[in-house]
Design a binder for this molecule. Structure first.
Ligand code: SF4
Length: 346
């Protein structure tokens, strides 16, 4: 969920003039046949669950869960259905900041036509350095219905996007499953990428078994104190994220690009953001991955840490990383035996 680049708040631009996602989200979407040829033939895992009725059942169960919400590890038990907002600031209303083809994600998701990104408002984590804090922590976005979300997915497909990329999805899991159920019935056939902080309860991930094709997840910290300091309330992040990664891998396996298209349709893609002074304990993150997941697990070692939002309140993380810090991370990953690395600054 750590974005490679911030998604623009308003997605409809001149070049996307026919893409009336926000201008008319209720527009009926009948023609979904404009998928790029490269994506045709892939049958995403959620289709069978939609056809058997299981997808809707799961969505309904989770929707009811919002009466005493325990969707994320905060377990704040807020009655969101009554309109109250939980610790994540979300109530039962679906709020979305933007939906658009996005070209700043990993190349195996972007392809020629972009990753179909839906950027949800609010977040279960509260990172002091979040580059998207206006959306994640200040509530930038608008209310939409489940039907609207379903139509957004179909419009992204019609626009030629290669996947549906759900950014900060955790607190809107019920809405997502119900929207996906509608969209699948109407012809959605793009793989779903679940773009998350990694702070996910395994019992909630089990609701996504057979639904999500690609887990695009951060592994932010291997240090509890750092997690508690820089993501207040998430001191248990390392333990929760490690269990989540194992479950994500169990469900989807290793992410490998299709040899014909170079796109990834299924599997676990891990992002790790190198932070200044090794506060996140990059060494332990990478060694844990090497010790607990296959050597060819997809790992994107990210260099773009930028001190944003409240980061300047913490002098040790109020700077960008240097080349030596990044290269050290790469060396650790290689020495640990990881073979499927995506690298940036060198
Ligand atoms: S998703 Fe939000 S309301 Fe639900 S447990 Fe987490 S913080 Fe609380």
């Amino acid at each position: 969920m750590c974005k490679l680049a911030a998604v623009p708040a308003i997605a409809v631009t001149g070049s996307l003039a026919p893409f009336k996602l926000f201008a008319n989200p209720n527009s009926s979407v009948k023609n979904t046949s404009a998928m790029s040829n490269s994506d045709q033939g892939y049958i995403p895992s959620y289709v069978a669950l939609q056809q058997s009725g299981v997808l809707k059942e799961r969505g309904d169960v989770l929707f009811d869960e919002m009466r005493h919400c325990r969707l994320c590890p905060r377990n704040c038990e807020t009655d969101r259905i009554s309109g109250k907002r939980g610790d994540c600031r979300a109530n039962a209303d679906l709020e979305i900041s933007s939906a658009s083809p996005h070209f700043g994600e990993e190349r195996e998701l972007v392809g020629q036509n972009g990753s179909g990104t839906v950027f949800f408002t609010h977040c279960s984590m509260e990172c002091v350095f979040c580059i998207n804090y206006e959306v994640s922590q200040m509530g930038h976005g608008q209310k939409y219905s489940i039907r609207d979300l379903s139509n957004m997915m179909l419009l992204l497909q019609r626009h030629g996007c290669h996947n549906i990329n759900l950014v900060s999805p955790t607190h809107y899991l019920p809405h997502i499953l119900l929207a996906l159920d509608r969209a699948s019935a109407a012809g959605l056939r793009l793989p779903v990428a679940y773009n998350t902080s990694g702070w996910e309860k395994t019992e909630m991930l089990e609701f996504l078994d057979g639904v999500v094709d690609i887990y695009l997840t951060d592994f932010k910290y291997a240090d509890h104190d750092a997690a508690a300091t820089y993501s207040p309330g998430s001191g248990n992040y390392p333990d929760i994220a490690q269990k989540a990664l194992l479950e994500m891998h169990r469900q989807t396996g290793v992410a490998k690009p299709d040899p014909k298209t170079n796109l990834i349709y299924r599997g676990l893609m891990i992002r790790h953001l190198v932070m200044p002074g090794n506060v996140a304990r990059t060494d332990r993150v990478l060694r844990w991955i090497a010790a607990n997941l296959p050597d060819d697990t997809y790992v994107n070692i990210m260099s773009q840490y930028t001190p944003m939002h409240k980061a300047h309140d913490f002098p040790e993380i109020s700077r960008r990383i240097n080349r030596s810090e990044y290269n050290n991370a790469v060396t650790i990953a290689r020495n640990a035996g990881l073979t499927n690395l995506r690298l940036q600054m060198r």
